[in-house]
Design a protein around this ligand. Structure first.
Ligand code: PLP
Length: 403
């Protein structure tokens, strides 16, 4: 890797580790490397730092520190909560989730299905929204858990988690939300939300990869997924990733402090980027509605061109963005999220996600806007699907809800 400047617009994939977070974790790697379970002070001082970090993360969620279980990642937290729901309620073999969840839920459900668990995947409409009446109707006496993400990682769309939690409570079914994309962007108050379980992943909030969290509400039934030592009050075995937990704690403090900036400066940058693209580049359409949405995310369909080509061209310019497509055996498949929203494959294959963060600047947005029109025009010229000149006019201002 050269030292060339990177224009990073992929903060939903991962985030830069904040310098303050690096400073917080280095002493644990360099000096305080004892085992937190050891009886002597060289170990117990690490245990104390873990508990301080637990309190910092708990403050971000308005949770009791005892309700927090540190895991290895968001994927583990999501896996653990579904497994636990089935294990602690042996007579219940039905799960409800949505067709647009992260693969950490969807793929796990496929495995559970093969093991005889019934899974209801709730559909979404063209805006990516759920029908809460259908959710309510789908709950059965043998439903072990309902799991619905808070913010979609591809479109940024927000689901009404408080309302869903209320439905589940009224039906006496545990409720889990995957809130991985939320910290630092929306206020999180687990008490006000009324959720039983909630997933976070530290690398989405400027901490390192490989450390996650599962909030387990007091008195909620929970059985550990990783079985071993007594760590995490018996809820997750394995010697604690102390340096990363301390990093997570510091990042949680920063996330709370950045809430306002994400919702003002970052939102304004995202809006300028999005509206300028939609206004100046023909045949571009926002995927999903404008609101309710994360303040940092914009998913845009570039018609008559494939996202992979855009990504490669932007990569040459040092610009990092994501597509909503996954490459399998050389062919591009539109993501399950865009497919569930009913996007035609040709449009879904041209979707690009821009996800901003607190380190993005006006100049970086200008840089993207100065190159993108030419990149798209060049790719369209070379594309067999290229629109005839007569179609190179702008569609109506907002057609997202008619996709
Ligand atoms: N859930 C959502 C919504 C995500 O966006 C991600 C990561 O992209 C995950 C879960 C998985 O988190 P991790 O990478 O920590 O396993």
């Amino acid at each position: 890797m050269t030292d060339r400047k990177i224009y990073y617009f992929d903060n939903n994939a991962t985030t830069r580790v904040a310098p303050e977070v690096v400073d917080a974790m280095v002493p644990l790697l360099r000096d305080h490397w004892g085992n937190p379970s050891s009886a002597y002070r060289f170990g117990s001082q690490v245990a104390r730092q873990i508990e301080e970090a637990r309190a910092q993360v708990a403050a971000l969620l308005n949770a009791d520190p005892k309700e927090l279980v540190f895991t290895s990642c968001g994927t583990e937290s999501n896996n653990a909560v579904l497994q636990s729901a089935l294990a602690t309620q042996p007579g219940k073999r039905h799960l409800i989730t949505t067709a647009v969840e992260h693969s950490a839920i969807i793929k796990h459900c496929e495995v559970l299905r093969a093991q005889g668990v019934e899974v209801t995947l709730l559909p979404v409409d063209a805006d990516g929204m759920l029908d809460l009446h259908l959710l309510d109707q789908s709950i059965r006496p043998d439903t072990a858990i309902v799991s619905v993400m808070w913010a979609n990682n591809e479109t940024g769309l927000l689901f009404p988690i408080e309302e869903i939690a209320a439905i589940c409570r009224s039906r006496n079914v545990p409720f889990h939300t995957d809130a991985t994309q939320v910290p630092g962007k929306l206020k999180i108050d687990v008490k006000a939300l009324g959720v039983d379980f909630l997933t976070l992943s530290a690398h989405k909030l400027h901490a390192p990869k490989g450390i996650g969290l599962l909030f387990v509400k007091r008195r909620a039934k929970f059985q550990p997924y990783i079985i071993g030592g007594h760590q995490e009050r018996g809820k997750r075995g394995g010697t604690e990733n102390a340096a990363s937990i301390v990093a997570f704690g510091r990042a949680a403090e920063l996330a709370a402090a950045h809430l306002e900036e994400e919702n003002t400066r970052v939102r304004a940058l995202r809006d300028r980027l999005e509206s300028t693209i939609l206004r100046t580049i023909p045949n571009t359409i926002r995927t999903g509605p404008k609101e309710p949405r994360l303040p940092n995310t914009s998913n845009i369909a570039f018609e008559f061109v494939e996202a992979e080509g855009i990504l490669m061209a932007l990569d040459h310019l040092g610009i990092c963005v994501s597509s909503g497509s996954a490459c399998t055996t050389g062919s591009l498949n539109p993501s399950h999220v865009l497919t569930a929203m009913g996007l035609k494959p040709a449009r879904a294959k041209g979707c690009v996600r821009f996800s901003l963060g607190i380190y993005n600047t006006e100049d970086e947005v200008d840089y993207v806007l100065s190159h993108l029109p030419r990149v798209i025009a060049r790719l369209r010229e070379a594309s067999p699907h290229h629109a005839p000149k007569s179609r190179e006019s702008k569609p109506p201002a907002d057609v997202s809800s008619h996709l």
